[in-house]
Design a protein around this ligand. Structure first.
Ligand code: UDP
Length: 259
């Protein structure tokens, strides 16, 4: 068995000490949780897909100049990343009303938002990750105002890039969650995009059928979660295309569009 030191086990990942100082290994599990871990289950093969999808998106993002913690993928379930001090804020970016926004404000799910919304949640399971404002973040010193400026800036750039990436494969990026970390160089710190970007933390709807291709399939007991994650990977070009399914997809696509 592994002789590496485990640093932390979260709901979907395990973190191990990396081979060099300042690095860690992220191991992607198949475990799935929802509603602050009140619902638990497994999505078979999810870890392998999330590792690959996250690698793909982080690599593309660093190509447009977003600083990230990603170094390289090591194997099917593991990637090497820079060790960062995680900023205890979940950054949620919304383009279309869904989930907690719809529930809280009574806005029908699927309503296109007239402008993108960024929300912040304080990462604390015991408190159920409460939504917070910039003022709370500054007041309690979770991040500096300069860091929050960089975070908001990056969140918008990531959203623009990812909306285009998914639109090109007929998927609507409804909303998603990002996490950031700080890295110290002498007395200075820098903010990097951290954690993962995968169907676990994004709402992804098929543009033609509105079918949900993300963790809502698990949250809402819709079934077909393994296939949904595979479909995302396939459309991103990360899984071989099944020629039979491809023909079927094309036919239903044509039918839906009245072609
Ligand atoms: N999200 C996440 N982790 C969380 C909470 C939310 O990855 O702990 C993602 C979720 O997948 C969705 C977006 O953030 O894409 C917005 O989630 P929302 O606030 O609507 O909460 P939910 O309905 O998931 O409780």
């Amino acid at each position: 068995m592994s002789r590496r030191r485990q640093i932390y086990e979260g709901k979907a990942k395990i973190l191990y000490e990396g081979p060099e100082p300042g690095t860690i290994i992220q191991y992607f599990k198949d475990d799935a949780t929802a509603f602050n871990a009140q619902k638990k289950g497994m999505i078979s093969g999810k870890g392998v897909i999330n590792n690959r999808v996250s690698e793909h998106i982080f690599t593309l993002l660093s190509g447009i100049g977003i600083p990230t913690h990603f170094i390289r993928r090591l194997n099917m379930r593991e990637q090497l990343v820079k060790q960062v001090e995680i900023i205890p804020i979940e950054v949620v970016i919304r383009n279309v009303a869904a989930g907690s926004l719809s529930k809280r404000l009574g806005i029908e799910e699927g309503t296109q938002l007239p402008r993108t919304i960024i929300e912040y949640y304080y990462k604390d399971d015991a408190l159920n990750d409460p939504m917070v404002a910039d003022e709370h973040i500054a007041c309690f010193g979770w991040a500096t105002q300069e860091e929050m400026h960089d975070i908001a800036d990056m969140a918008i750039r990531v959203n623009d890039f990812m909306s285009g990436l998914f639109a090109a494969i007929n998927i609507r990026l409804v909303d998603f969650k990002l996490e950031f970390g700080r890295i110290w160089e002498n007395d200075y710190s820098r903010v990097l995009l951290a954690d993962e970007i995968s169907p676990d933390g994004c709402r992804l709807w098929d543009m033609v059928t509105n079918e949900k291709l993300d963790k809502d399939r698990f949250r809402q007991d819709l079934g077909g979660e393994v296939e949904a994650y595979q479909e995302i990977a396939r459309r991103l070009g990360l899984l071989p295309v099944d020629p039979d399914t491809e023909v079927l997809d094309l036919e239903s696509h044509r039918k839906n569009r009245g072609l």
